[in-house]
Structure formats: C-alpha cells, structure tokens
Write a protein of this length. Structure first.
Length: 186
C-alpha cells in the first residue's frame, strides 16, 4: 500500500467512528520519513474510553490486579535493578495504586458510547469510596502477605502510605476528569 492509501484508510475509519469535526490528520516529515499523527481533543479520547464494553473493562482491571499481586509477592531478587534511586519502590507503589483506582472505577462505570450519546449511569460517590476502600485493603493484604511469606519481602508502613496516596490521587483524578460526562440518558 502506498502512503496516501494508508492515510485515506485512517481518515475513513476515524470519520466513520468519530466524525469529521473532531479529527485532524497532521502530516509530519522527519528525516525523510513520513508520519501521520492524529490530533484530537479530549472528547474523542473519552468516547474511545467509554466505547470499550464493560466485560473488557473488568478483565483489564482483574489483569492489573493480578500484576500487582505478582509484583508484590515475587522475591525482589527476581526483578532487575533498573534504577538505584533511594526509595524508588515508593514511586512504584504510588503508581500501581493510582492506576488500580482509575481502572477499578472505570470498570465499575456503566457508561457506554453508542449512537452519538452516552448511555448508562455515572458512578456515584459510593462507587468511588468502594474502589478506594478495596485499593487500600488490597494494599494492606499485599503487605501482610509479604510479611508472612518471607522471600526477602517485608512489611512497610511507608509502602502502605504510598499505596493509599496513589489510590486517593487516582480516585480524585478520575472524578475530576470524567464526572461531567455521561449524564444518565434513556
């Protein structure tokens, strides 16, 4: 396929699913290589996020939950020493539980994008609190399991603090970013 046919197919796909008014294809030439970048706004990203069916959202969340369990319970000698920054593991804990809450609330969010409108219900405060509670309890269980299993792992209150801070930050970010869309419609 030639370059122009590929661009035409990308444009046709995007117009079909997202509409022409939200799409801008940017042609960029760098070191004699042509690139096509799609410039869009946050509304398009939100539509894309909410077009994923609920069962896939739950599967992604559960897969990430398994990754956290694996990472938390695997002996530290199994991981390569990538960075020798002191307390870098606290940043990792923060990020894991930050993503945990975003994926958890997204999995619980029943909104879907169909036929140019959002359908379903938006999460209520108890949904946010429920996922936040689950994240903090999951972090506590992982720390207790590390203490009980050994394998060079140990319980750390600072890890719990990083987990809780990441969970709260992820919950707040999801609330701020997605609260105003998807008003309940028939």
């Amino acid at each position: 396929m030639t370059y122009t046919i590929i661009i035409a197919k990308i444009r046709k796909f995007c117009i079909k699913y997202f509409g022409n008014h939200q799409l801008h294809l940017l042609h960029v030439k760098y070191n004699s290589i042509n690139f096509v970048m799609i410039k869009t706004n946050i509304t398009l990203i939100r539509k894309l996020v909410f077009s994923i069916p609920g069962y896939l959202r739950i599967a992604v969340f559960l897969f990430f939950l398994g990754l956290i369990a694996f990472g938390s319970l695997t002996p530290p000698k199994s991981f390569p020493k990538l960075l020798s920054i002191p307390h870098f593991d606290k940043v990792v804990h923060f990020l894991m539980y930050f993503v945990f809450c975003i994926l958890g609330i997204w999995a619980k969010d029943k909104r879907v994008w169909q036929n140019s409108i959002y359908k379903g219900t938006i999460p209520v405060l108890r949904d946010y609190i429920f996922i936040l509670f689950i994240a903090i309890v999951w972090g506590l269980l992982m720390e207790v399991a590390q203490f009980l299993m050994g394998f060079g792992r140990s319980y750390s209150s600072f890890d719990l603090l990083a987990n809780a801070t990441g969970a709260i930050s992820g919950t707040v970010l999801y609330f701020i970013q997605f609260k105003g869309i998807g008003q309940t419609r028939a």
